[in-house]
Design a protein around this ligand. Structure first.
Ligand SMILES: C[C@H](O)[C@H](O)[C@H]1CNC2=NC(N)=NC(=O)C2=N1
Length: 96
């Protein structure tokens, strides 16, 4: 299935629905969120839950973890930028 980048006309409404995520317009667009947990165990437990979501959605984050901090970037390589799959996964991550 081909996945399209978000049309410019939908971008602002989509971004407004995920206020915890920071939009970066470079390279077709991406969104990122930084999270801070109590400790490594909490951070990694969160990452495990995200991993299941990502597998289910067949959509995978670019992310890093340093002790209690997790930084996640979502973009759709197949579309060369931001797509609805990124917005949907961001919303599901926010629900964790
Ligand atoms: C073939 C497979 O569906 C694709 O490679 C998927 C897998 N996970 C992906 N994850 C992300 N973030 N972007 C993609 O374009 C992407 N493509």
């Amino acid at each position: 299935m081909t996945i399209e980048r978000l049309p410019a006309g939908q971008l602002n409404a989509c971004l407004a629905s995920i206020p915890n995520w920071k939009y970066d317009p470079s390279a077709g667009g991406s969104i990122s969120r930084k999270l801070v947990f109590e400790d490594f165990t909490q951070a990694f437990a969160f990452m495990t839950r995200v991993a299941f979501l990502a597998h289910e959605a067949d959509h995978h984050p670019e992310w890093s973890n340093v002790y209690n901090k997790v930084e996640i970037t979502l973009r759709t390589h197949d579309a060369g930028g931001l797509s609805i799959k990124d917005i949907d996964l961001a919303k599901r991550i926010d629900q964790i």
